[in-house]
Write a protein that binds this ligand. Structure first.
Ligand code: ATP
Ligand code: MG
Length: 411
């Protein structure tokens, strides 16, 4: 027997309907906001992620699945969705596309992480990307889209945290202040934060180490260092969220992973699933398109972890609403003659758009009924010689137990 690779999961047939439910809701919500699907490859040239995710991020320094292909090219499995989209935008859309360009994706994502609840080596993300607008209303649109999906699924307990990490100018001033504050406590920080100290001190705020969290709790706040333009953008974001009635908390600790984030960063967090509570993270990355070789283009988006979303939905009993995709009809048969008959009847019903199963295992009628129960068929029809002769069958509604006699030609 082979075992499944660590940190990966199968979705078995019994559970696929939950995924369809969430994915369909995501697609519908994206469509409601005028976002269209973009599909990019599962692997890209490694350099794309070095530039498009940022060389000092956890994702790039520790988590990428990178290998040489048979042509000696360095290839990496998608560790997030945005970089590939940015590459596709620059290569295929930017020349003559109309802006704003609004995209969504549903994709597997690969990260070499220590597996735990809500943290996998292959997970899936629903993400959106809005390219071309520098208006804070674009940030509001993207946040409202996520919120609208949560609402459609009935989720209530999610907190929206927002922050601004400014532009490169405000960031330089802030990083200097942060280094000054943290300098005296350098030796107390975890080794990773010590290495972040020179390269990207802002990211120390994102550390999950309890001790580092204590150290940064009273650190200077990035919001106090914003330039006028970034400040106005953040005010515009808050005003927009107020206008559409989306509640939020300003949380100056949020900085997020990508090196190219500018201005807005946000997270939707659930308290229902413990440590891995961040279901959705996003923000603005006005420098990214340039970074991967395109014309300067402002951009904003988010990535939402679907496994985590499903965990939260399950914990709140909200997957009860998901349609189970059970078959409409199970055609039980008594004898060979009847089996041949059900074969043809199944064909006819399927042509009318009904889903139908019949016996493929030469089961007894009793065993066929047991199977029909197990697969939760909506209706069961038992066909024997009598039914074939009379041209009438009894259709049993499995939910109510009611039976109705119907002419086969009227089915
Ligand atoms: P975390 O801080 O939890 O590691 P992250 O900052 O690495 O998250 P992003 O890169 O922003 O996360 O990814 C977007 C979303 O994808 C996350 O908010 C989360 O819901 C989900 N996600 C990220 N990594 C994993 C993983 N290893 N397993 C399952 N879901 C994940
Ligand atoms: Mg991570």
């Amino acid at each position: 027997m082979y075992t499944i690779p660590k940190g990966t999961k199968d979705v078995l047939c019994e559970d696929a309907y939950k995924w369809h439910y969430v994915e369909n809701a995501a697609r519908q919500t994206a469509a409601n906001f005028g976002f269209k699907e973009i599909r990019t490859p599962v692997f890209e040239h490694t350099e794309l992620f070095l530039r498009g995710v940022g060389e000092t991020t956890d994702i790039v320094t520790k988590e990428m699945y990178t290998f040489l292909d048979k042509g000696d090219r360095s290839i990496t499995l998608k560790p997030e969705g945005t970089a590939g989209v940015a590459r596709a935008f620059v290569g295929g859309v930017q020349q003559n596309g109309t802006l704003p360009y609004k995209m969504y994706y549903i994709t597997p994502v690969f990260r070499y992480e220590r597996p735990q609840a809500g943290r996998l080596r292959e997970h899936h993300q629903f993400g959106v990307e809005l390219y071309g607008s520098s208006s804070p209303l674009a940030d509001v649109e993207v946040i409202a889209l996520a919120k609208s999906l949560f609402d459609a699924l009935g989720l209530k307990d999610l907190t929206l945290n927002i922050n601004s990490i400014g532009c490169q100018e405000c960031r330089a001033k802030y990083n200097a202040a942060l280094k000054e504050y943290l300098g005296s406590r350098f030796s107390e920080m975890c080794r990773e934060c010590q290495s972040r100290f020179e390269k990207n001190p802002l990211r120390i705020l994102d550390c999950k180490d309890e001790n580092c969290k204590k150290i940064t709790a009273d650190a200077p706040k990035v919001l106090d260092f914003l330039c006028d333009e970034c400040k106005a953008h953040f005010e515009g974001l808050k005003a927009g969220l107020d206008a559409v009635g989306i509640e939020y908390k300003v949380n100056p600790q949020i900085v997020r992973g990508l090196d190219y984030y500018t201005k807005t960063v946000f997270e939707f967090v659930s308290n229902a699933i413990g440590a891995q509570g961040t279901v959705c993270g996003g923000g603005r990355y006005d420098k990214l398109v340039e970074e991967v070789g395109g014309k300067p283009t402002p951009a904003v988006g988010f990535g939402m972890g679907l496994e985590r979303l499903l965990i939260v939905l399950e914990s709140q009993g909200l997957l009860e609403k998901a349609p189970k995709e059970n078959v409409d009809y199970y055609l039980a048969s008594i004898g060979e003659n009847a089996l041949n008959f059900t074969l043809k009847l199944a064909n006819k019903l399927r042509q009318k758009g009904k889903s139908v199963e019949f016996d493929l295992m030469s089961k007894s009628v009793k065993a066929q009924m047991k199977y029909a129960n197990k697969i939760e068929a909506k209706y069961v029809i038992v066909v024997g010689d009598d039914e074939i002769l009379s041209g009438k069958v009894r259709v049993k509604d499995m939910a109510s137990g009611n039976e109705e006699e119907i002419e086969i030609k009227d089915l």
